[in-house]
Ligand binder design. Sequence first.
Ligand code: DAH
Length: 339
Amino acid sequence: MKERLELLAKEAERAIEAAASDKDALLQLKARYLGRKGEFSGFLKELAALPAEDRKAAGEAINQAKTRLEDAIAILIGGIEGRWKEAALAKERLDVTLPGRTMPLGKRHPVMQVMEEIQEVFFGLGFDIAEGPEIELDSYNFEKLNIPKDHPAREMQDTFYVSSDVLLRTHTSPVQIRVMENKRPPVRVIAPGTVFRRDSDVTHSPMFHQVEGFMVDKGVSFANLKAVLADFLRTFFGRDTGVRFRPSFFPFTEPSAEADIRCVLCKGAGCRVCKGSGWLEILGAGMIHPEVFRSVGYDYEEYSGFAFGLGVERIAMLKYGIDDLRLLFENDLRFLKQF
Ligand code: DAH
């Protein structure tokens, strides 16, 4: 048996050597010689017939021969697979220095970005958001805001009329009326939106955007107005921004004021943008007029409130140093991409 075992092992070794670079052939040889029905299994069966004292040595010899062949096959197959992997890697090599292909990504329009930033600040102060229609009734746009027909204040806002009592809203102030008609105090609301006026030049567009805001409760005072608006302006333009309030006139507020900030460009020295004054007019505001409260059914003895309105394009222009309003509406991607 010993000689037959050695002969078979030699034969298997030669066969394995001949198939050294062929994985399939090696697997076939493995099955043929070492498998459960393979040629070496025959020897194991013969063990039973051997005298007990020879069985252990014979068994070890068979197993050693099998292990040697198994190892030889495993090493060869490992080598073949390794070479395959290397070849695949060489072929699929990635050039990580190639520039990537980027997807063109759209962005919010700068006017919308500024509008959202303004909203963020007032969210932080606990204000809710409200919206109203762009095609508005004369009574909401004017009359309930204490601007009766034929009142000279209507000339402050040159209006697009749809019919004698329907128009494109000239400001976001009518949203004040719509909110107050539907909700009792306390109210704290901002109303961003699109507005329309018959006006068109370097600083005026027939369509533009405003953010309206107002707050009504018992005991709201002009000091609250100043605190909230100064805080807004300093959050938006920077903590050390100079802020001042000037008396002004609006039919729907009494007293009325305008807020200015120190010129963001010349820091107060005087330049073309602030027309030499060192200040920039930034918003209109005031204590809500008793006539306005009367028109929405609020008791002006019990409640008081302040309101304000600001132009979004103007703020965007100041923030980004844009000197022609029309750039914002030409939709030239080379311009818009900068924001
Ligand atoms: N509606 C005014 C305008 O368009 C802006 C404004 C001024 C709104 C004072 C207000 C305010 O709420 O109190 O010019």
